[in-house]
Design a protein around this ligand. Structure first.
Ligand code: GLY
Ligand code: MN
Ligand code: MN
Length: 481
C-alpha cells in the first residue's frame, strides 16, 4: 500500500511498518522507521481511555462538579479563522475535539457522571465545514451518559451544578463561560439561604488537572513518541536543506512540510529558524533572513500529532563546519545538555536538572572569558550569567508544549516520577553588540533541546534520533545524497 509518494506501509505483526522507498519531498533516510508511528493523522483514541481519566478525576475532586469548556474558535483576520485547536483539558477527559461543546462531570449519581453538550447536526453548515458528530453520534463516540444540544446548556446547568459544593473550571480559557458560571454561583447564593444547597466556590481546575496531566499514561507516551519521531524527521530535513544562501524560510518549509507529510497537524508552536545573530533571539519566529556562510543556524521546532506536542532544538553550521569559537560554545552547551539529562531521573528534583546544566554553563562561561574569573558558586550567586542564559532549562511537555503542572510545591521542587515528560534545553546567547564579550563569541547563539520521559529505570530520550555529536551534525548539514 502506498500512502503518500515515496512511502510504503504494511501491516507487520501487531504494528504498521513504514518502508523507505523512492524519495519525494522527504529524504528517505529521514522517514521514521518506527512501527508505532502511523504515517498519517492520528486515529481517534478509544472512549475507555477518557472514561478512566474521568474516574481518576472524580476520585480526587470529592463533591465538586467539573465544567469543561471548548476552546473558542479564533479569527485570523476578518472572516477567516485559524485552524481549530481543541482545548487540552476537555480533550484529555473526553476526547471531544469540536468547538461549541461543554462537558459536565458530576460525581453524585454513578449512572450519570458525564453530561455532554454539542453542536446539533446542521446540514447547511456541514456542506461548508464538514460533518459534526451531533447529539445522536456523541453518546456513542464519546461514551457520554447524556447528550444535549449546546443551546440547552444554560437551562440545564443549574440542575447539574446544584448538588455540588464547588465548581471546577479551567479559568481563562473562555471568558464567557467563566462569566456564566460566576452568574450561576451568584444565583445559588440567592437561593442557598433557604434551600441549603448549591455550590459557593469556583476553583481553578488547573490545579487538579495539572497534577494528573503531569504524569503521562501509556497511551499518551505512545503519542508523544510518534510526535517526537516526526519532529526528528523535520529537523533532519532542515539540516539537509541548509546551505549558505538559503532562506530561513526554506528551512522552515522543510521542517513543516515534513511534519505535515507525516500526518502531524502541523507545528506545535511557531518554528524558530534563527541564523547568525537571530540565533541569539530566544523566540525568533519571523524566519525571513538569508543565511550566510559562517552562520550557525538554530532550529527549535516540534510537531503536534494526535494532540500531543514534541519540542526539540538543534544548532548547526550552515556550511557544514563549525568555526573554532562556534565549536567551543557548542561543546559547552552539549556538555550542559548531557549534565541536565543525567540529572533527570526518578526521585530526583525537577530543579536539579536546571542546576546541573547551569553549573556546566557557568563554569564554561568563566573559562571562555565571558564571565569574570571567580569562584563558580559566587558566579551562580551573582546571577551575572543571566545575560547569556536568561531562561530555565526545562518545562513539562504534553498536550501543551509548555504543559501544565507545578514545578514547585511550596518551598520544595517537584520530584520526578516515571511518566513525567520534560525538556532539557540549555543554551548560550552572546548578543552581537555585547562589548564586554570577547569579539570571537559575539553574535553566537546555541541551544540544544531534547525531550525526556522519566522511566522506572531512569529515562528515555524521545529526540535522540537526531545526533548532537558535532562531527555527526557536520556530516548531516547540506547532505542531499
Ligand atoms: N520552543 C519553545 C521552547 O522550547 O520552550
Ligand atoms: Mn523548543
Ligand atoms: Mn522547549
Amino acid at each position: 500500500m502506498v500512502v503518500w509518494p515515496g512511502v510504503r506501509v504494511a501491516w507487520h505483526g501487531s504494528g504498521l511498518v513504514c518502508f523507505r522507498s523512492t524519495p519525494h519531498r522527504i529524504h528517505p533516510a529521514d522517514l521514521p522507521v518506527n512501527p508505532t508511528t502511523p504515517p498519517g493523522p492520528a486515529p481517534s483514541a478509544p472512549p475507555e481511555i477518557f472514561r478512566e481519566r474521568r474516574e481518576r478525576l472524580l476520585a480526587r475532586t470529592g463533591g465538586a462538579v467539573t465544567v469543561l469548556g471548548a476552546a473558542p474558535e479564533l479569527r485570523r483576520s476578518r472572516d477567516t479563522d485559524i485552524r481549530y485547536r481543541p482545548a487540552s483539558d476537555l480533550y484529555y477527559l473526553t476526547g471531544v475535539d469540536e468547538p461549541d461543546a461543554l462537558a459536565v462531570l458530576t460525581p453524585h449519581d454513578p449512572a450519570h457522571r458525564f453530561t455532554l453538550f454539542v453542536r446539533p447536526r446542521n446540514p447547511e453548515r456541514e456542506v461548508w465545514n464538514g460533518p459534526r458528530v451531533g447529539v445522536e453520534g456523541a453518546a456513542e463516540r464519546f461514551g457520554a451518559d447524556a447528550v444535549y444540544p449546546i443551546g440547552e446548556a444554560d437551562e440545564r446547568l443549574p440542575d447539574l451544578l446544584r448538588p455540588a459544593d464547588r465548581v471546577l473550571l479551567t479559568l481563562g480559557l473562555d471568558p464567557e463561560l467563566d462569566a456564566r458560571v460566576a452568574e450561576l454561583i451568584l444565583a445559588f447564593r440567592r437561593t442557598r439561604q433557604r434551600s441549603g444547597v448549591g455550590p459557593a466556590v469556583i476553583e481553578d481546575a488547573e490545579a487538579v488537572l495539572g497534577a494528573m496531566r503531569r504524569r503521562k499514561d501509556d497511551h499518551e507516551l505512545e503519542r508523544m513518541r510518534s510526535a517526537a519521531t516526526i519532529a526528528v524527521a523535520g529537523q533532519r530535513a532542515a539540516m539537509r536543506a541548509a546551505r549558505p544562501g538559503a532562506g530561513e524560510w526554506e528551512l522552515e518549509a522543510a521542517v513543516e512540510s515534513t511534519f505535515r507529510a507525516l500526518g502531524a497537524v502541523g507545528a506545535a508552536f511557531p518554528s524558530i529558524i534563527g541564523s547568525g545573530p537571530n540565533a541569539t533571539v530566544l523566540h525568533y519566529t519571523s524566519n525571513d533572513r538569508r543565511i550566510r556562510d559562517g552562520d550557525l543556524v538554530l532550529v527549535d521546532a516540534g510537531a503536534e500529532w494526535g494532540m500531543y506536542a514534541s519540542d526539540m532544538t538543534r544548532t548547526f553550521p550552515a556550511n557544514g563546519r563549525f568555526s573554532a569559537p562556534q565549536r567551543a560554545v557548542y561543546d559547552l552547551v552539549l556538555a550542559a545538555l548531557e549534565a541536565g539529562i543525567a540529572a533527570a531521573a526518578p526521585g530526583a528534583a525537577f530543579a536539579g536538572v536546571h542546576d546541573a546544566a547551569l553549573r556546566v554553563l557557568v563554569e564554561g562561561m568563566i573559562s571562555l572569558g565571558v564571565l569574570a574569573r571567580e569562584d563558580v558558586d559566587a558566579a551562580l550567586e551573582s546571577g551575572a550569567y543571566r545575560r547569556f542564559y536568561p531562561h530555565s532549562t526545562s518545562h513539562w511537555l504534553g498536550l501543551d508544549v509548555h504543559d501544565v503542572g507545578l514545578y514547585r510545591e511550596g518551598d520544595a521542587s517537584v520530584l520526578l516520577e516515571p511518566g513525567m515528560v520534560l525538556t532539557v534545553e540549555p543554551g548560550l546567547y552572546f548578543p552581537p553588540d555585547a562589548a564586554d564579550v570577547p569579539e570571537a563569541f559575539r553574535g553566537i547563539g546555541v541551544r540544544l533541546e531534547d525531550s525526556i520521559v522519566i522511566t522506572r529505570a531512569g529515562r528515555e530520550n524521545l529526540t535522540r534520533g537526531l545526533p548532537v555529536d558535532p562531527a555527526e551534525v557536520e556530516a548531516l548539514v547540506g547532505d542531499r545524497d
